[in-house]
Ligand binder design. Structure first.
Ligand SMILES: Cc1ncc(COP(=O)(O)O)c(C=O)c1O
Length: 481
């Protein structure tokens, strides 16, 4: 990472180590049109049209900026169904990065999860993990398995100084293994998404690997958010401060039998894959690729994206590249904290996470505080975040709500996409919203899909709070958009 000192800037501001060469025009609707748009979207930010969004902070998935070298590589894609040279280049890049022998391509992260769950999860199996991810859990449950979260207790405390909140509780893991229950595999998710993009230490990964080895349990890594996690190991884990990113990646890889990733996050393209050196595991998973994804040399991906992913993975080894996201997020978190806005700390990867449980503490959990905050933020800024709270949870078997441990509004910062002034705009509007938080009210569902309702569910305000919020916005911002 390049060290650059400012002489006259009072706070430490992040500096982009890239320049912009292709731009996309943005559109900021008037507050009245935003009210109309969020109403049509059923107060679900997933259902907004992108043309109605000013800053799209929904996700970092498939929307990271590509480098000139990635775009150039796309031009030489070898478009053949079987045995494409593009696949060989991608396979080589994956093997070089993870030091493992076999690579199975798949069209995105959840496609890998489907293959892994179908291969290894049987009815009644338990799958311990540091923390669940929505699609991962859905695939395990669909195959008759159960997820057990073994994150350390401090991991779910929203405001903390713990540098690696994604760490697994080793004692809990060992005591689960000792019970002799049938375990499909153990799963570690780096850059743990649902608790605020929080990293896992390499020390913890090594301890987990040792316990898995002792009890003969397969150890699986979800490497989708590896780029951010690599940065944090380098910055926060004293033992690895002088190690190269390549060396850290190899040490991580050595801890796991099987690794999978969403290339929409890792590698800044659209795709994914599964990696292992275990020939038996590879053979068991291999036949599912042509069934669900496509032939074994493209796995449902476009060859252009595969070329871009090969370069993107190589570029992940560059500290300038992987530090941009976490540094921008840290800036945003620090600035919001100066105004007492409740956020997940320490700052993680992926995005800045507002703590809705505190921000709108007057909204009960059965009125979806994170979704309410997401609706309010869009209304007053055109910024689209993602609900990561009770709406993102599956309901209990008896149909009652399963209240989330954390109620978060995630504001993702896709890598190299936003400028600092756009981030400052977001900070400005969030501070205003915090000062006017009492005006925000709850939501109730009026259309509820049975699974993963956060994607397509529709909600309505429980009162006329949105009109009041719009009126206050106009009073304070005058004719500003
Ligand atoms: C940690 C993690 N695992 C798996 C996935 C699923 O990946 P995809 O969206 O490519 O299906 C995601 C996506 O957000 C993720 O964050």
């Amino acid at each position: 990472m390049s060290k650059i000192k400012f002489m006259f800037e009072s706070s430490n501001i992040p500096l982009e180590m890239h320049k912009v060469r292709i731009v996309q025009k943005l559109n900021l609707l008037s507050v009245e049109d935003r009210l109309d748009a969020i109403d049509k979207a059923g107060n679900n930010t997933f259902l907004l049209r992108n043309n109605d969004v000013f800053l799209d902070m929904l996700t970092d998935s498939g929307v990271n900026a590509m480098s000139d070298n990635q775009l150039a590589a796309m031009m030489r894609a070898d478009d053949s169904y079987a045995g494409s040279a593009t696949f060989e280049r991608l396979e080589k890049a994956v093997q070089k990065m993870f030091h493992k022998e076999f690579y199975l391509p798949a069209h995105q992260g959840r496609a890998c999860e489907n293959i892994i769950a179908q291969t290894f999860v049987k009815e009644g199996d338990i799958t311990p993990m540091n923390y669940h991810f929505t699609t991962t859990k859905a695939h395990i449950v669909a195959n008759g398995g159960t997820v057990v979260e073994l994150i350390k207790d401090e991991g779910v405390i929203v405001e903390s100084v713990l540098p690696f909140k994604g760490d697994m509780d080793i004692e809990k893991l060992e005591s689960l293994f000792k019970q002799g229950t049938k375990i499909a595999f153990n799963r570690i998710e780096v850059g743990t998404n649902l608790i605020g993009g929080q990293p896992v230490s390499l020390k913890n990964m090594k301890e987990v690997a040792a316990v898995c080895k002792k009890y003969g349990v397969m150890n699986l890594l979800d490497a989708s958010l590896l780029a951010d996690n690599l940065y944090f190991i380098k910055i926060r884990e004293e033992e690895y401060k002088d190690a190269t990113i390549e060396e850290i990646t190899k040490e991580i890889s050595d801890c796991f039998d099987v690794i999978y990733f969403s290339g929409r996050k890792l590698g800044c393209a659209r795709g994914g894959g599964i990696i292992t050196s275990n020939k038996e595991f590879y053979d068991r998973m291999k036949n599912l690729v042509p069934l669900y994804e496509g032939f074994i040399t493209y796995g449902g991906m476009s060859v252009r994206e595969m070329e871009a992913m090969a370069i993107g993975l190589e570029e992940t080894m560059d500290m300038d590249m992987i530090s941009q996201g976490p540094q921008f997020i840290e800036y945003m978190v620090n600035e919001l904290q100066k105004h007492d806005v409740p956020v997940v700390t320490p700052s993680g990867g992926l995005g800045c996470h507002l703590n809705a449980m505190e921000f709108v503490k007057h909204i009960p959990q059965d009125q979806f505080p994170s979704a309410s905050l997401g609706s309010a933020l869009y209304l007053i800024s055109g910024i689209r975040g993602m609900e990561r709270g009770t709406l993102s949870e599956e309901k209990n078997e008896d149909g009652s709500e399963h209240f989330a441990n954390m109620e978060l509004l995630r504001l993702a910062l896709p890598r190299r996409v936003f400028t600092l002034s756009q981030v400052k705009y977001a900070i400005d509007r969030i501070k205003w919203l915090y000062d006017n938080r009492e005006l925000i009210g709850g939501l109730r569902l009026y259309e509820e899909p049975e699974v993963m309702r956060f994607f397509l569910g529709k909600l309505e305000p429980v009162s006329s709070w949105q009109d009041k919020l719009v009126a206050k916005f106009k009073e304070d911002f005058g004719d500003s958009l």
